[in-house]
Design a protein. Structure first.
Length: 201
C-alpha cells in the first residue's frame, strides 16, 4: 500500500504510430503531455494491458495509463487496472475525445452514459457500472459529406490535429494539468466546475 495519495489517470486511444496524432487519441496525447512535464517515461505493463508511467509531486503519486487495447476494448485495460491495484472505480479519471463538444471546451462528469463513445461503452460494460469520472475533451463535429448529408465521423476522429488545433490543445492540456494537480476530495466540485467552465477563445 502506498503512503502517498494516489491519482489514477487513464487516457484512451488507439495504440500504434499511425494513430499518434489522431483526434480519437486525445486521451493518449494528454497523458503523454502530463507525464513529460515530470520527465516520466512510459513502460509496457502486459498485466495491466497498458503503457504505464508514474511520478510523485507534492505528496501525490500519479499513476498514468495508456491502454494497449484498441479503443473499442478499453474496458479490458480498466478492469485489469482495478483488479491489480484494488482501487475503487470512482477513483479513476478517464480522459477521452468527444465529437459533440466544440474544440476548446471540456466536459467533466462523475457518471453517465457512454454518449455513443465506444471506449466509454467498453468500460461501462466491463465494470457493469457508469459511475467513474470522465473528462471529455471536445474535438468538434465532423464535416458533412455533401453528397448524402451524412457526417464523416470515422474520417474525422481518425484524422490528425492541425497545427492550429494543437495550439488550442496546448491551452486545454495546461488547464487540465493544473486542475488535476489541485483536485482532492475536499475541492472536487470546485475543480470540476472550473474545468466545465473552461473555454479556449
Amino acid at each position: 500500500m502506498s503512503n502517498y495519495q494516489e491519482k489514477f489517470i487513464i487516457g484512451l486511444g488507439n495504440p500504434g504510430k499511425k494513430y499518434d496524432n489522431n483526434r480519437h487519441n486525445i486521451g493518449f496525447l494528454f497523458i503523454q503531455e502530463f507525464a513529460e512535464n515530470y520527465c516520466s517515461n512510459f513502460v509496457l505493463k502486459n498485466k495491466l494491458k497498458c503503457n504505464y508511467a508514474e511520478f510523485i509531486s507534492d505528496g501525490v503519486l500519479y499513476r498514468m495509463f495508456m491502454p494497449t487495447t484498441f479503443m473499442n476494448n478499453s474496458g479490458e485495460a480498466i478492469r485489469a487496472i482495478i483488479d491489480w491495484f484494488k482501487v475503487d472505480k470512482t477513483k479513476l479519471i478517464i480522459v477521452v475525445d468527444d465529437i459533440d463538444i466544440p474544440l476548446g471546451k471540456i466536459r467533466v462528469r462523475k457518471k453517465g452514459s457512454s454518449g455513443g463513445h465506444n471506449g466509454l461503452k467498453s468500460i461501462i460494460n466491463h465494470l457493469n457500472s457508469s459511475e467513474f469520472l470522465r473528462i471529455r475533451i471536445g474535438i468538434g463535429s465532423p464535416p458533412i459529406i455533401d453528397k448524402d448529408k451524412k457526417y464523416n465521423t470515422i474520417s474525422h476522429v481518425l484524422g490528425n490535429f492541425s497545427k492550429q488545433e494543437r495550439l488550442i490543445l496546448n491551452k486545454i492540456f495546461c488547464q487540465m494539468i493544473e486542475s488535476l494537480r489541485k483536485l482532492n476530495d475536499q475541492n472536487e466540485n470546485l475543480i470540476l466546475g472550473e474545468l466545465n467552465s473552461f473555454n479556449v477563445q
